[in-house]
Design a protein around this ligand. Sequence first.
Ligand code: ACO
Length: 336
Amino acid sequence: MSFSTHIVGVGGYLPERIMSNDELATIVDTSDDWIRERTGITQRHIIDKNQGTSDLATQAAQQALDDAGLTVHDIDAVIVATTTPDMVFPSTASMVQHKLGGKGFPCWDIQAVCSGFVYGLAQADGMMKGGMFKRVLLIGAESMSRIVDWSDRNTCVLFGDGAGAVVLEYKDAEHGILGSVLHCDGSYRDLLMAQHAHPGASPNNDRARLDMNTDAAGVAAVSMKGNEVFRFAVTKLGEVVDEVLGKHDLCKEDLHWLVPHQANIRILNATAKKLKMSTDQISITVAKHANTSAASVPLALNDLYRKGNIQTGQLLLLEAFAGGFAWGANLLRWSK
Ligand code: ACO
């Protein structure tokens, strides 16, 4: 045995309200058939107007803590991966700490859009290996419904809200996280983005008067060149899988489970084909809750775990592709 980072608790939360494709078709010019055929999505969950991303994150975190048989007082740090924080500041992680009843230990958010959880797992693992923390609560949580343009059928059909969480523990035990690879190429900014809410949202804002040439609506909205994102995503996800496996002298045939970011069923199928994996070995949740950005990978892990499908010692690969472009993968042997 040797020291490594282990997932010791898993949780997930989806807000109660479900929006079907048929309901969406009453808002924009689309259809259940088109959405199912092009994306595999049948429905998405939508956050309540009285909830914030931190509420979704707290629910998922509490389930992960319960699953680990721990409380917030056993935790040394909270990291929330999100692109839809409750506020510009303070961090959503600090709100989660407070809502869970914790105090004193460090909390911060990370932003790598849909790759946020994969980035967060790599970061937490590195810090734990470096001796900073024994137990970390890592959460991916999003309210994408708050930043999609509900008049743009190209994007609004693709996203949903939710949160997934894991409790990580650094200990002397078999298996655990083997390693991660992360990448980013900022030159692709314009293919997938949500421009920042403009400071001109308030008519009394002096800064707004300086920037009158920009849209002062103040609402961030996702825009995407879907076809180009699709092609790049399939290529890069294939490469990153080879890279992380190669680093650990493993090959595709060694993999038991793929836990991918859930953007589109066609991306998942294309990746499976590249890996020569059966779709039975892939956690697929996109149909039920669409693309939940940073929550997508931990929700897919939670789904696989709650179905009782993962056996101790099995090799799992988590991967994601996101705006930036930012992409990456984590490799681990299940030890729970
Ligand atoms: N309903 C009906 N028709 C639609 C809709 C809709 N919701 N959306 C687009 N269409 C139309 C288009 O206008 C177009 O019509 P036209 O041929 O008359 O011009 C036609 O359908 C085909 O459009 P395409 O964009 O070519 O459709 P495509 O098969 O590529 O599917 C999609 C689009 C689903 C967006 C796909 O490209 C995709 O999933 N891309 C990747 C998304 C992704 O990976 N995102 C990554 C992460 S997200 C993040 O990081 C925040």
